[in-house]
Design a protein around this ligand. Structure first.
Ligand SMILES: [Zn+2]
Ligand SMILES: [Zn+2]
Length: 208
């Protein structure tokens, strides 16, 4: 498995291209879909899934173009399905000059659902709080966790937007603290990549 990070847009959103053989998954195409398509075409990859870790505009602006130009299935937790299609919920109506309406997802996820690429699996861990449908994706075989805007290096997602909930994000962080081993590498929606072990003490202080 190969993972490439491309930081996109005004919010410096980390988009991850996860490749296994000639198939790939694009996680959070936050902007510049043409750049992503160029990378995919250059490496001759087939897009299986376009995953949104949650429904905010800075993680979804590339959805429509990628869906139009590839066979990738647009995939998001069911609780954020409406958010991507509503510019007031995905916040683009307040921040961008052109409100963004994403196409609806092809697949709505639930906690525990698995997404397959080659013989590898991404496990959906529903971690609400930043939004109702925020989810992390765990690739146990590779010791990788995609954390979206739920967990960053020494901070966590804001809960003061529409559908945010402080109590829920603390419960979600507790779950990650208890379920994710120290040696796992976390790939966040913004900022630096980090190891779970680096932030374990800090995380403990946040949740207890
Ligand atoms: Zn967000
Ligand atoms: Zn974000």
């Amino acid at each position: 498995m190969k993972i490439k990070v491309v930081t996109l847009g005004d919010n410096n959103t980390n988009c991850y291209i996860i490749t296994e053989g000639n198939e790939c998954i694009i996680v959070d195409p936050g902007d510049h879909p043409d750049l992503l398509l160029e990378i995919i075409q250059k490496e001759n990859l087939e897009v299986k899934y376009i995953i949104n870790t949650h429904g905010h505009f800075d993680h979804i602006l590339g959805n429509n173009k990628l869906k139009e130009k590839t066979n990738g299935n647009l995939t998001i937790h069911k609780n954020d399905s409406e958010m991507i299609q509503n510019p007031f919920k995905n916040l683009s109506a307040y921040i961008l000059s052109t409100p963004f309406y994403s196409l609806p997802p092809d697949i709505e996820l639930n906690d525990g659902d698995e997404i397959k690429i080659g013989n590898k699996k991404l496990l959906t861990i529903h971690t609400p709080g930043h939004t109702k449908g925020s989810s992390c994706f765990y690739i146990e075989d590779e010791k990788i966790l995609l954390t979206g805007d739920t967990l960053f290096k020494f901070s966590y997602g804001r809960t003061d937007f529409i559908d945010g909930n402080q109590e829920e994000i603390i419960n979600s962080l507790k779950r990650l603290y208890n379920e994710i081993p120290d040696e796992v590498t976390c790939l966040p929606g913004h900022g630096e990549i980090f190891k779970m072990s680096e932030i374990k003490e800090w995380l403990k202080s946040v949740i207890y």
